[in-house]
Design a protein around this ligand. Structure first.
Ligand code: DLL
Length: 433
């Protein structure tokens, strides 16, 4: 179902008109209300009157995560304090958090984009949304909540964690849509098996998963284990939270809510804009945000943009599901590797479970070494060592041939890698870089 047909199927020309009008309003507003932006514009010799359409956006300065940290907590506020109705922060565990401030208009817009997201996954007013994203400063819980309310669905605000209770509620309340991190959905599947709950017997039909990287192979695993369709949803605190982009029934790229969040792809090294189809760093400008609007925010997420004739009828630009981050890329002896590439390999090898951790260290020779801890299925975890040695050799061999690096493989007992209720920690970097 399309939630907002007028907006989501608009012609490219009309969309450009909306974006241009909104960008012009935005630059005048931030120039007049946020000293940080006024200084940046002045330093670059650019004035709001130079911006005449969305095509002029590349003349504007970028905003970086470090700048957001330097202006913590309220330095980027573009509204009066009494107009703020809610704040959220990024879930980053290191450094000063990044703050998103919302006016009541921003909350209404968030509800709109999240209603679009849930509708893309087939949700409507008669659905029961089990919202297992964390409620609190993290944007996942309340973002989904506002969308489900806007949709008129019945939302179960269960938040993250308490796995047994999640399953009991899912069964008793007849949840039809599950929202949580993809890694947590697999944990739920595991716990359900232990409790003798069979997903075939439940009315659950779809899940909206995001907030962390996951692969197409992991999607297949989730869809099979939970007997649902699994949709990728993307967003970040700095821009709004979840609701920036999401997959429709085609499950082929995420439609961006580009009437609110204007996307660009740049070369992360030079800052130059790249055309559709080319991979680079994703940059967003919030076109209507009132609390903490952001101009050309460098997300550090890597993907590419494209237009297609999507079967769902939506006309918005799409982003390929994330291909990595400029900062979680591991450089192992000069080879660039993303954890998602390792995951793709692991998930397709029989006998392994999609629970893994990559440990990076500098060995005695001062060279980077990676050890991958991989959980194996209970059947494989037998004392027939031969089995395990074969599996280790197979994993190491595939990683070497596909990624060009040698990795040590440690097969670990089923359920021994710590499960996360939120974002999974995939990389442990012990190098003192
Ligand atoms: O994770 C917002 C969110 C909540 C998105 C619930 C989807 C569902 P932050 O905590 O600020 O916000 O983290 C944002 O998480 O820059 C990406 O690197 C990563 N991320 C978010 N969604 C996806 C996804 C929320 N679908 C950062 N695939 C982003 C891969 C994702 N990575």
């Amino acid at each position: 179902m399309i939630w907002n047909t007028e907006r989501e199927t608009v012609t490219l020309g009309k969309m450009k008109e909306i974006q241009s009008e909104r960008l012009i309003r935005l630059v005048w507003k931030v120039y007049g209300t946020v000293p940080f932006y006024k200084k940046k514009f002045d330093d670059m010799g650019i004035h709001p009157s130079d911006i005449k359409s969305i095509d002029d956006i590349s003349r504007l300065p970028f905003t970086t995560k470090d700048e957001l940290r330097q202006t913590y907590p309220y330095g980027l506020l573009a509204c009066r304090m009494d107009e703020l109705v809610e704040v959220h922060t990024s879930s980053g565990t290191t450094g000063t958090p990044v703050v998103g401030g919302y006016t009541s208009g921003d909350i209404a817009m968030w509800g709109e984009v999240m209603a679009r997201t849930l509708a893309m996954a087939g949700a409507g007013s008669d659905d029961v949304v089990q919202n297992a994203y964390g409620y609190g400063l993290f944007t996942g819980g309340l973002g989904v909540h506002y969308g489900a309310r806007r949709l008129g669905a019945n939302v179960i605000p269960i938040s993250a964690g308490n796995t047994k209770r999640q399953l009991m509620i899912m069964k008793d309340f007849g949840s039809t849509i599950l929202t949580c991190t993809p890694s947590y959905s697999l944990y739920l599947a595991e716990a359900a098996a232990e409790m003798g709950i069979n997903f075939q017997d439940l009315p659950l039909k779809a899940g909206c998963f995001g907030a962390e990287p996951w692969s197409d192979n992991m999607r297949k695993e989730i869809e099979a284990k939970l007997n649902i369709k699994a949709y990728d949803i993307y967003g970040l605190t700095e821009i709004i939270g979840p609701g920036v982009s999401s997959e429709c029934e085609a499950q082929d790229g995420l439609h961006i809510n580009e009437d609110f969040f204007f996307p660009e792809i740049i070369d992360p090294a030079t800052g130059e804009s790249l055309p559709e189809g080319q991979k680079g760093e994703l940059v967003f400008t919030t076109l209507t945000k009132e609390g903490t609007p952001i101009i050309r925010y460098r997300t550090r997420d890597i993907t590419y943009l494209f237009h297609d004739n999507c079967v769902c009828g939506r006309t918005s630009v799409k982003m390929h599901r994330l291909l990595g981050r400029t900062d979680d890329m591991l450089i192992i002896r000069g080879v660039n590797i993303f954890p998602s590439q390792i995951e793709q390999i692991l998930v397709r090898i029989e006998g392994t479970e999609p629970h893994y951790q990559i440990v990076v260290d500098r060995g005695a020779s001062h060279l980077d070494e990676i050890e991958i801890h991989v959980e194996v299925s209970p059947e494989v975890f037998s004392d027939i060592t031969r089995n395990m040695e074969d599996l280790k050799a197979k994993i190491a061999g595939e990683i070497r041939s596909e990624l060009g690096v040698s990795a040590m493989i440690k097969l670990v007992e089923p359920k021994s890698i710590q499960r996360s209720e939120g974002k999974a920690k995939r990389v442990v970097d012990k190098r003192q870089l």
